[in-house]
Design a protein around this ligand. Structure first.
Ligand code: UGA
Length: 432
């Protein structure tokens, strides 16, 4: 099939490359000339394991192309995926849909024969209705279908999640559009992916409800981990014990720092806005947002307690600063609250991250990037393990640096509490 992805960011690029790898003819469009030129030269704008190889392979065999020309790319394609950003609108909880509607108006100019317009961007319920309204003129009446096809890709696992999805959700009540979309996904369906055809509003809501549910699950286990700390129970045992119940499931029950990233914080906020629009009080999701916001303060209090309230001139080392492992993404990482707070209190922050130095941390006083775990930990008073990169999982802290009298705050519970005790290391963790 001939496919056009509008927006070559995370969602557009990963999905476009994967569609190309399934044998389709894909054009990834973006308005940033520099990004498109780089992509043509195999330079990838984001860190995603496996993506570079797949881009190069499919660009070389001609299945994948890149362009800044939206009009031309749309006219050549049968299925147009809208993959532009829907960030939180300034000073509100609502999603900013300006890019979605701007792109829709552009697409409208290039519809000469039947096309399916698909929203892959996360869009609030009824956005598809708005897109349809913009496209509708008597001339174009039967020349398009607007379909919702939310993405469920996790950063760091995006290619795997695309190829082996738990489900493919297609929101359309039109038989023709559903048939074409099902055909597009048939290689994944034949490998066992569930295919759900529902109406467009339901598909839009499935995306938000799923992210809000997962965010609630994490927040739930984080609160239970607070309780564990106060009653002397191990959160890992509780997670395992709960997860063995198939109705609950074991995934997304890892306690840790506040959840972050470009999705959960933004989408939980946006669904509460949808609640207001449709006169429904989503009190549970509102308290999840509040609890997650408080979580960073709570962990910071613990840091102060570990350092006996003497933060000034202490050297604090962060291992990992992104919102989770296997990504270079800093968006809504809990570090962005922790590091400025500790720096303001007079601490010196050293950090190491396998995805490299972070521009956003450069502006903060007394924050230094070190290029290895060892250098970052050298002279530290406290080492905070903030993300769960594989590189951090088997550090021999005992032998890492000679002067090893630092404390460790393992926010991802990577290490064995008993082993640390045996090694005589002052070790603190979450809910254990
Ligand atoms: C999330 C969803 O998992 C995807 O299904 C969805 O497609 C995506 O948002 C999106 O809407 O685009 P992502 O933000 O990449 O994916 O990251 P997750 O792996 O879900 O992690 C989100 C946050 O939850 C991270 O801060 C992570 O550390 C935290 N987390 C996750 C936990 O604290 N505990 C867990 O058990 C799992």
């Amino acid at each position: 099939m001939k496919i056009c992805m509008i927006g070559s960011g995370y969602v557009g690029l990963v999905s476009g490359v994967c569609f190309a790898d399934l044998g389709n003819n894909v054009i990834c469009v973006d308005k940033e000339t520099n990004k498109i030129d780089n992509l043509k030269n195999g330079i990838i704008p984001i860190y995603e394991p496996g993506l570079e190889e797949l881009v190069k392979k499919n660009f070389k065999n001609g299945n994948l192309n890149f362009s800044t020309n939206l009009k031309d790319s749309v006219s050549k394609s049968d299925i147009i995926f809208i993959c532009v950003g829907t960030p939180t609108k300034k000073n509100t909880n609502a999603a900013d849909l300006s890019q979605i509607f701007a792109v829709t108006r552009e697409i409208k100019k290039s519809i000469k024969k039947y096309k399916i317009i698909v929203t892959k961007s996360t869009v609030p319920v009824a956005t598809g209705d708005e897109i349809e309204k913009i496209l509708s003129t008597s001339k174009l009446k039967k020349l398009f279908s607007v379909v919702s096809n939310p993405e469920f890709l996790r950063e760091g696992e995006a290619i795997r999640d695309f190829i082996y999805p738990d489900r493919i959700v297609i929101g359309t009540s039109e038989i023709r559009a559903n048939k074409i979309m099902k055909n597009l996904y048939s290689p994944l369906i034949s490998k066992g992916a569930n295919y759900l055809n529902t109406n467009r509003r339901a598909a839009e809501l499935i995306k938000y409800a799923s992210n809000a549910f997962l965010a609630s699950k994490i927040t739930f286990i984080n609160e239970i981990s607070n309780l564990c700390e106060n009653i002397g129970v191990n959160i890992e045992d509780v997670s395992i014990g709960m997860g063995l119940d198939k109705r609950i499931g074991s995934r997304f029950l890892r306690a840790g720092p506040a959840y972050g990233g470009s999705c959960f914080p933004k989408d939980t906020r946006a669904i509460t806005d949808t609640g207001i629009k449709f006169k429904t009080d989503l009190s549970l999701i509102k308290s999840v947002i509040k609890s997650n916001d408080n979580r960073t303060n709570l962990l910071l209090k613990r840091v102060q307690h570990i350092l006996k309230n003497k933060i000034k001139d202490k050297i604090i080392c962060f291992l990992g600063v992104t919102f989770k492992a296997n990504t270079d993404d800093m968006r809504e990482s809990s570090c962005l609250k922790m590091i400025p707070f500790l720096s303001k209190k007079g601490a010196n922050i050293n950090y190491f991250d396998p995805s490299g130095k972070k521009k956003i941390l450069q502006k903060i006083k007394n924050v230094n990037y070190l290029s290895s775990i060892k250098e970052a930990c050298l002279n530290a008073d406290l080492v905070i393990i903030h993300t769960e990169w594989n590189e951090f999982k088997s550090i021999n802290f005992k032998n890492l640096v000679k002067k090893k009298n630092f404390s460790i705050y393992d926010m991802r519970n990577i290490y064995s509490y008993k082993k640390m005790k045996r090694d005589n290391i002052k070790y603190f963790c979450i809910g254990r």
